[in-house]
Design a protein. Sequence first.
Length: 300
Amino acid sequence: MRQRITLAASLVALLLASTAHAYLFQSVTVADALSRGNAWIKDNPNRAEGYFFLGGINASAWAKGTTAKEAEVEVASFGGANDPPRFVPWNSIMFPRNAGLEITPEAQKYLSESITGYRKAVELDPNNPRYHLALAWSLEEAAHANLKPDAAISGAQPELTADERRQCETAIALLGKSDYAQREQATKTLAALMPRDAELLLAVKTDDPEVTARVASILQGYWLAQAAGHYRQAYQQSVENDLKTDRYDAEADNTVSVKAGERLLLLLPKQPAPAPDEIKKIEHSLQVIKAKPQTAHFSW
């Protein structure tokens, strides 16, 4: 495990030779980090870095569970007032969540705000593959959080028409029918109207395990399709440069195409129309990148 040198205040100042700025590496509470991020965004509302930072802190809080507000996160920032808060370079933005943690409304709120922050960062800087990677990860996490894809998360959506609402209600009623073809068609109808019919799906109350499983599958499928789209963006925007480099940097998310490509290899076969050629190309590119000598990192 990487060794750290920590002061009593958990603060490390590193002067980087390549810049006149001093990086400040610090452990702070989630609440403090969110406060700092929001304050910076207030002064810099059109810079993507602040929203990316805010998305990441919320994602970290989601991963940490119910006591997240007082949990600590490692952050880094430049000393200059105009420089945004950042994450420490050795931590991945793909924060793993313990599967045993309870999914509370507070945890869902953190995840929702993570997606909102990352979406804003992508909107302001759509060609940053790291932003797409982070957004994709939170969207993938949403597939397992019973999260409602509201306007703040998925963008404004037109309301269901009266006819579409009737279609949804009919389809929901058919999910538990004994006829397999009817169940399959009903599932396709509901999936095609996502995310606009999400509220109706989340309101379904049933003891029928078949209906429960199909509703969950529709909701999860929506989030996973969204995630795959942003993993694809992250991969496509970074793979050419990663193939050109002499070394493979395996630390954290430094080689975005590998992180995004690995998730795509898991998600694409589960999509309605997987592209075999795309999967083969990703597999080949990752094999080439990982075969390179690895970048060495200093421990301290």
